[in-house]
Design a protein around this ligand. Structure first.
Ligand code: C2E
Ligand code: MG
Ligand code: MG
Ligand code: MG
Length: 284
């Protein structure tokens, strides 16, 4: 009897493994196909300066429209791209499309601060990012001052010196460096003084618990104070409610991002949003 059970569970194991590797294979070819067939699209989420109420930069967020599966979220496909070894290819797609957007915005006279892109930790560890950025800037005839790179703390773990070199080269081109999801990673605070970081993005999970959960507002206040005293810019991510907005305003947090100000927008929606915010005010 035990033999039969054993055989059955082995077959179950084998077929689920086949299903998994088949799925991987299918996803791999879907992914390659998607890169070549414009199934990826950049959305744009504006950030708001609380001092001036104006747009202070925009973050590019990737979307995948698979013809059969519909819209797939980056939370799903970024880990997949990492697993399949396609993440650098994907990041480069984003980088070049961001460049094309920036060139277009300049042509249209749009001045909304930097365009930020997210770069995977693995990519930074490869030591080729700054070269790729330089090539992109040349190709679109752009200054690095219009670009920001968002990285997570995990980017510095595998090779600190490599990461440092890359960041220094990016800084020389005028590119801004932001630390994404701040407070959720290893948060070795020594990174903040040893690496050329410009901006901290306080993770949305801290903002989400304002004002209800005890302790969170204090953590956010401490991060803002630390950022201010280290001369770092600070952004609160995932601001959804007026209570959160008002709390951050009172704290002196300079920039916010979240559904409260704007959801991630398609290119057309973003251009309309920009126009609306930049309409001359009517005075009577
Ligand atoms: P992230 O860079 O921390 O981006 C913030 C995420 O929060 C985005 O999710 C955004 O749509 C979402 N968000 C913004 N405001 C709010 C809000 O008020 N409430 C809530 N609930 N969510 C909000 P998204 O677009 O699904 O991206 C998830 C993550 O995937 C990003 O986190 C980033 O780590 C990664 N990602 C996105 N685009 C790219 C990309 O082009 N390249 C790479 N390497 N990673 C990317
Ligand atoms: Mg980000
Ligand atoms: Mg984040
Ligand atoms: Mg993230």
């Amino acid at each position: 009897r035990s033999k039969a059970v054993g055989r059955n569970s082995f077959q179950l194991f084998k077929s689920s493994m086949n299903a998994r590797s088949l799925e991987r294979l299918a996803m791999n070819s879907r992914f390659q196909h998607a890169l070549e067939n414009d199934e990826f699209e950049l959305y744009f989420q504006p950030k708001q300066c609380l001092k001036t109420s104006k747009i202070k930069g925009v973050e590019a967020l990737l979307r995948w429209h698979d013809p059969a599966l519909g819209v797939i979220s980056p939370a799903q496909f970024i880990p997949l791209a990492e697993e399949l070894g396609l993440i650098v290819k994907l990041d480069l797609w984003v980088l070049n499309n961001a460049g094309a957007q920036l060139a277009l915005w300049q042509k249209l006279g749009i001045t909304a601060g930097r365009l930020a892109i997210n770069i995977s930790a693995f990519h930074l560890s490869q030591g080729k990012l700054s070269n790729s950025v330089e090539q992109m800037l040349q190709r679109y005839n752009l200054s690095g001052h219009c670009l920001e790179i968002e990285l997570t703390e995990s980017s510095f773990i595998s090779s600190f010196s490599q990461a440092k070199k890359e960041l220094q080269q990016l800084k020389e081109m005028g590119v801004n460096i932001a630390l994404d999801d701040f407070g959720t990673g290893y948060s070795a605070l020594s990174y903040l003084t040893k690496l050329p970081i410009d901006t901290l993005k306080i993770d949305a999970s801290f903002i989400a618990k304002i004002p209800d959960e005890y302790g969170n507002s204090e953590v956010v206040a401490a991060i803002v104070a630390m950022a201010n005293s280290l001369n770092l810019q600070v952004i609160a991510e995932g601001v959804e409610k007026p209570e959160q907005y008002n709390y951050l305003l009172a704290l002196g947090c300079e920039v916010i991002q979240g559904y409260y100000y704007s959801r991630p927008l398609t290119q057309r929606q973003w251009l309309a949003f920009y126009q609306l915010k930049n309409q001359p005010t009517v005075t009577s």
